[in-house]
Design a binder for this molecule. Structure first.
Ligand code: ADP
Ligand code: MG
Length: 272
């Protein structure tokens, strides 16, 4: 048995991803409300894509899902976020445990540039209070780099700095780093926006391979990408200065072929 908040021993590979449930989530920056009563279920073992124009609150929503929003000065929120039914904002639940369970990959790859590839992968262990032996770390580095599709390219140069890799490789290193703490959910905020088409396709492939073990929530402006990688989509909109909300959500195929709302149809078909 491991307790949620004390130092834990590295768990074995997970076989089940976790479901995430946002209930009536609202968010403010100072006096300005930017999200209004957003509710969304992100089922375990599926990719949920968040789509919608810039400024409608997708990144804010994503940050709320792993308790990064509360670190922004002046930011406030209301509502609940349940991971496998348990509130990540419950007072007894520490920030490190939420971070361990819910990882994040950003638009701009952000490995620790001077740190070795090896150390980048295991960097999250200490931060989130996971103990691992040298042998476990060696195994983990190979496992996570393999899952992120990077192992073959870097196995002979694990001691080189992460910053020496190409942009696409750096993003895959960031994915490997997120996976090392065995998250139940991986949040990705436009992970391919800064990448070339080949790197983008490799990451999309990685996403589809990973989703069996980790639930994925991805923000993307690329509708073809949303269509290719996601099982479900949620269309966010902030109309005429109102706070952002979800217009419509559902299975990706239905969102693209038979959306219920004309605004969804306009957006997914590029008529926006
Ligand atoms: P999206 O990711 O959909 O483009 P964001 O979540 O980044 O949207 O932004 C939603 C709204 O919140 C925007 O109007 C944006 O200007 C505002 N906003 C985002 N971050 C901050 C911040 N740190 N301080 C103040 N306002 C912010
Ligand atoms: Mg954003």
């Amino acid at each position: 048995m491991t307790s949620i908040d004390s130092t834990v021993v590295l768990p074995g590979p997970r076989t089940t991803a976790g479901s995430l449930d946002a209930r009536a989530v609202s968010a403010w920056f100072g006096d300005r409300k930017v999200l209004d009563q957003v509710s969304l279920t992100m089922p375990a073992g599926q990719v949920t894509a968040l789509i919608g124009p810039s400024g409608c609150g997708k990144s804010t929503f994503l940050r709320i899902l792993n308790r990064m929003h509360e670190l922004i000065p002046g930011a406030a929120l209301a509502g609940e976020v349940l991971l496998e039914g348990s509130d990540i904002y419950a007072p007894e639940r520490r920030l490190t445990s939420a971070r361990r369970d819910i990882g994040m990959v950003f638009q701009k790859p952000n490995p620790f540039p001077a740190m070795s590839i090896y150390d980048n992968v295991v960097a999250g262990l200490k931060l989130t209070g996971i103990r691992a032996s040298r042998a476990e770390k060696d195994h983990l580095v190979e496992e996570c780099l393999t899952k992120a599709g990077l192992w073959r390219e870097v196995q002979d140069r694990l001691r080189q700095p992460g910053g020496a890799l190409s942009g696409g490789q750096q993003q895959r290193l960031c994915i490997a780093r997120s996976l090392a703490v065995r998250p139940k959910v991986l949040l990705m905020d436009e992970p391919c926006s800064a990448l070339d088409p080949t790197s983008t396709r490799r990451i999309e492939q990685t996403i589809r391979e990973l989703v069996h073990e980790v639930t994925i929530v991805i923000v993307t402006h690329n509708m073809q990408q949303a269509h290719r990688v996601s099982d479900r989509c949620a269309f966010f909109l902030a109309e005429h200065g109102t706070p952002g909300g979800i217009v419509e959500h559902g299975p990706t195929e239905a969102m693209f072929t038979t959306p219920a709302d004309p605004r969804t149809s306009d957006y997914v078909n590029g008529r926006f």
